[in-house]
Design a protein around this ligand. Structure first.
Ligand code: TAP
Length: 483
């Protein structure tokens, strides 16, 4: 299948015949290639999705059959866990053990969860206040949830399979059809998932997976007049452009964007747990997680103890190729990403940061980078305010609860946050004041299929997962009948 993508149930090359290389981040070498699509390919994919949306094979498919097909897809993925984990590791650089335990298994769980919703969609009967007609009749009003239609989905490279499943799953459960564009760095698991989708029995054109650059394919999807809903996950900068393009056609849009999530450690916390939690909050997935706990605020009396504990753990992490099963931290996804993270480290130093651990930028062919902790910089500095999206933690002390909350909220982002404390009064005082879509208490980075997930402020809007995701993929029809 090398060099092909999925349109209308067929594996096809791009219309232009152009391709783009896929690079192994551990070696910096190209190991395969995929089509580099253009607007013509996007038009074909959208037309295939529109035809599939109208096709009775899909539009009349019973909800229980949609559910069964999604469950079959989950089973097929489960039978191929090792292959998917290796592919994800090769493509993205992440440790294969993590890809196996987190990326692939949570994708299977999510498919099983969302499959259940296919048979649980419902509307409501609604009381209306019109006067009853004299002849004794009345009015009957109800709502129905209908699929929005053709979904255009654009996803990033940090959790490629998870992100594909987060878009494809609810689209299929609700009866939509979809055109999905994976990130250029990591197209492989989405394409392989496409093969399983056909094997699971979804009709041709229901799912289309199209590869190519964001500036061409992503932009064509965002501005396509025959797409009914755009689901985007990625950077705030691109998300803004996608939202503006979608709005020109008044296309529904949901945006899951960046983050700069604070981790608040109070002096009454279980400090061993907080140290372990703060370390994995930032260094999980090489720091390339939108929810990464990238700002660590620690109460002053325990500040030194906590940051030294985190630094000791960080310095001991085993860095290596993702495919080595003993690796704890793989390479970053690309040379561009490593350079961007290194630029931030240098900028941080210039703006007054001291390096507690890491801090140097190696020149290795693979895109490896040591975990880095910076201290002593002002709250207004770029490394505290901007999303770095790499293994860089900024750590700062605070004195009072109010100060911790105000520092946590002093960010343009509002995706997630965590509180580490054993004082329940304090915890409940802080939770409502934190400007974040998710608040974790004594844990971080835990996502559950049944718990809505999404951001506030520059982290975007719309909630994926849980029942909330159904609102993104359905439209309410109101019916009023005179009877
Ligand atoms: P982006 O550069 O924003 O890329 C995301 C996707 O958008 C890619 O598929 C990209 O295609 C495409 N794209 C690029 N330019 C485009 C354009 N002009 N129009 C339409 N699409 C375009 O982000 P990234 O570097 O891949 O991912 C990292 C970012 O994603 C971080 O900021 C991170 O916080 C965020 N993220 C957020 C979440 C949630 S849930 N909030 C989850 C994961 C990641 P190409 O790959 O071809 O450039």
């Amino acid at each position: 299948m090398a060099g092909t993508m999925l349109i209308g149930g067929e594996w096809v090359t791009s219309v232009s015949g152009n391709t783009q290389d896929v690079i192994n981040p551990a070696t910096a070498e190209a190991f395969t290639y995929v089509p580099s699509a253009n607007m013509e390919d996007v038009d074909k994919a959208v037309a295939a999705a529109r035809m599939a949306f109208r096709n009775p094979k899909w539009s009349q498919m019973r909800p229980s059959h949609r559910q069964r097909a999604l469950l079959k897809l989950a089973d097929l993925l489960e039978s191929n866990i090792d292959e998917f984990a290796e592919l994800e590791s090769l493509d993205n650089g992440k440790p294969v053990m993590m890809a196996n335990r987190v990326d692939v298994r949570s994708s299977i769980d999510y498919l099983r969860y969302i499959a259940g919703w296919a048979t649980k969609m419902e509307g409501r009967t609604v009381d209306v206040s019109f006067p009853r007609p004299r002849d004794g009749g009345g009015y009957f009003a109800y709502t129905a949830q209908e699929p929005v239609g053709v979904v255009g989905a654009i996803i990033p490279w940090n959790f490629p399979l998870n992100m594909a499943v987060w878009k494809i799953g609810p689209a299929l459960a609700t009866g939509c059809t979809i055109v999905l564009k994976p990130a250029s760095e990591t197209p492989l698991t989405a394409l392989r998932l496409g093969e399983l989708i056909l094997e699971a029995g979804f009709p041709e054109g229901v799912v289309n997976i199209i590869t190519g650059s964001g500036s061409v394919v992503g932009a064509a999807i965002s501005s396509h007049p025959d797409i009914d809903k755009i689901a985007f996950t990625g950077s705030t900068e691109v998300g803004r452009a996608v939202g503006i393009a979608a709005m020109k056609n008044i296309t529904r849009v949901s945006l899951e964007l960046g983050g700069k999530s604070p981790v608040l450690v109070f002096d009454d916390a279980d400090l061993d747990a907080a140290i372990a939690g703060a370390t994995s909050a930032i260094f999980f997935n090489q720091g390339q997680a939108c929810t990464a706990g990238s700002r660590l605020y620690v109460q002053r009396s325990v500040f030194d103890q906590v940051i030294e504990g985190v630094a000791a753990r960080a310095a001991n992490m085993k860095i290596g190729p993702g495919l080595d099963p003993t690796t704890q931290m793989g390479p970053l996804v690309s040379q561009r990403q490593r350079q961007s993270v290194c630029n931030y480290i240098e900028k941080g130093k210039k703006q007054g940061a001291a390096v507690l651990t890491g801090g140097s930028c190696p020149d290795s062919p693979g895109y490896f980078l040591q975990p880095t902790i910076l201290t002593g910089m002002p709250q207004a500095s770029d490394v505290v305010q901007e999303e770095i999206f790499g293994p860089v933690l900024v750590a700062m002390p605070f004195d009072e609860v109010e100060e911790a909350v105000s520092l946590a909220n002093d960010s343009p982002y509002g995706l997630a946050s965590s509180i580490w404390s054993n004082d329940h009064k304090k915890i409940h005082r802080v939770i409502p004041d934190l400007q974040a879509g998710t608040v974790w208490v004594n844990c971080h980075n835990l996502l559950d299929p049944n718990l809505p997930f999404g951001g506030n402020k520059l982290s975007g809007f719309g909630r994926e997962m849980g029942r909330a995701v159904l609102d993104l993929y359905t439209e309410t029809k109101s019916v009023l009948m005179a009877v």
